[in-house]
Design a protein around this ligand. Structure first.
Ligand code: ADP
Ligand code: ASP
Ligand code: MG
Length: 426
């Protein structure tokens, strides 16, 4: 008998039929003698629709009200799932973030979990109930609703698994595990049986949306084993856990891509000491998360500085630059929204020279221009034109020997759902 947390993402609870399927699955796990706790995301595209509604009312919605609004999505799916379980003759109770004891800091939209008070969930389990917890939400010290960042239900699941001492945290989604690249753009991607926390952290950090980065950070810190698997089939997925000797062998573990960032260039920046500090302090002060930074060689005492940041931070970046650009006497600002970041990830890269040279040659031969580069000992990221992202990922995947013989096949998603997934973050 095991204690299992099962998290179901938006696609898995997108319709009444799929919610019924999830209920059946949870009951099967219970019938097999396990104790189960469910964590759910909002149905389908609910969160995106709520964001759209808010923006139609207020171009810059107050963060507190935004979290209040977005947290309603998960409260619909949790109650429906509890009803579906009850309809099959099993006891279930749904819990909001507050009721499940998810205490966070007060950073709206990106709150961090600071404590998990698990008494109500434990009591429910002791009473033979299947608890269903709303993912993505918590409560701060003042009693205000907070949310954990997009994709944050993964983090709720890992935190709950840690809080109740679960044996495993199962994260169910529309793919059957973590692949060497997003199988939707790289059909020859290979499913990994297991991946280390460190490699998964880099994959998630570089844009691999299959697991939220915060969830992996939390799992690594508290040694929670994640099993990423399919909501539609019973096949074993991918275990995310402590590194083993076997895992260390590959030079490249996977390739991640991210189309959610934009590139901002400030032209004609006077090349004086302290200018960059002023610029980036102002951006940080306005919560703009800069990623890559490129400064060109200066000519005639002026230079160009570019940086990438999440598209979601662009309005705040523009607002900051409108203020700071005249102050530092720079000439103008331009924005390129059609970019993508492609990253090679692998702890094995540390001891393998030549990865960058090979990656640049592969893209060069395919006439894919590299706009920016950044490296760490276990990651190489390149910014390219968004329109070339699929071919870049596929070419690199083949060149680094990652291709599988089989081709990824869609099983359950409609064409509309696939299109929505591909546009995520744009
Ligand atoms: P959920 O809504 O269930 O949380 P997500 O959309 O967040 O699911 O995550 C699943 C998606 O992650 C898949 O549909 C897939 O297209 C995408 N994905 C990106 N990179 C990878 C990868 N390396 N392996 C598997 N899936 C990936
Ligand atoms: N519903 C939230 C989102 O769409 C949280 C999640 O799905 O994990 O980001
Ligand atoms: Mg997700």
């Amino acid at each position: 008998m095991a204690l299992i947390v099962c998290k179901f993402g938006g696609t898995s609870v997108a319709s009444p039929e799929r919610i019924q399927k999830v209920a059946r699955r949870l009951i099967e796990r219970k019938q097999a003698g396990n104790d189960v706790v469910a964590v759910v995301s909002a149905m389908g595209k609910t969160t995106d629709e709520l964001v759209g509604l808010a923006n139609a009312i207020n171009a810059d919605p107050p963060a507190r009200e935004m979290d209040r609004l977005l947290s309603t999505g998960e409260q619909v799916s949790m109650a429906l799932l509890a009803m579906a379980i009850e309809a099959r003759g099993y006891n279930s109770m749904s819990f909001t973030g507050r009721q499940a004891g998810i205490e966070t800091d007060a950073t709206h939209a990106k709150a961090k979990i600071v404590k998990v008070h698990n008494d109500r969930i434990k009591k429910a389990l002791e009473a033979g109930v299947i608890p269903v917890i709303a993912g993505f939400q918590g409560i701060d010290a003042r009693g205000d609703m907070t949310t954990l960042g997009r994709g944050g239900s993964d983090t709720t699941a890992v935190a709950v698994a840690w809080g109740i001492g679960a044996d495993v945290c199962e994260i169910y989604s529309d793919v059957d595990g973590v692949y060497t690249a997003d199988p939707r753009i790289c059909p020859h991607a290979r499913k990994l049986d297991e991946i280390s926390y460190d490699d998964m952290l880099e994959m998630s950090g570089a844009g691999s949306g299959v697991l939220q980065m915060r969830a992996v950070e939390f799992a690594k810190k508290y040694h929670v084993v994640i099993h990423s698997r399919s909501a539609f089939t019973d096949t074993e997925g991918t275990y995310v856990k402590e590194a083993t000797d076997m895992m260390e062998e590959a030079v490249i573990t996977g390739i991640a891509h991210d189309t959610s960032e934009v590139k901002v260039t400030i032209r004609g920046v006077p090349d004086n000491t302290g200018v960059a500090a002023k610029l980036f302090s102002a951006l940080a002060g306005n919560m703009v998360n800069t990623d890559m930074i490129i400064q060109n060689v200066s000519e005639d005492g002026v230079t160009d500085i570019s940086f990438t940041c999440p598209g979601a931070d662009l309005a705040r970046a523009r607002e900051t630059l409108d203020r700071i650009v005249p102050e530092i006497r720079a000439r103008e600002v331009s924005v390129d929204e059609d970019i993508a970041k492609v990253s090679l990830v692998g702890t094995g890269m540390k001891s393998s020279p030549g990865v960058a040279a090979k990656a640049f040659s592969v893209l060069g031969e395919a006439h894919i221009n590299i706009l920016a580069i950044s490296t760490s000992p276990i990651r190489l990221s390149m910014v390219i034109d968004a329109g070339q992202v699929a071919s870049a990922v596929q070419l690199l995947h083949t060149a680094f020997g990652l291709d599988s013989d089989s081709v990824f096949e869609e099983t359950q998603l409609s064409a509309e759902e696939i299109a929505a997934k591909m546009n995520k973050g744009r």
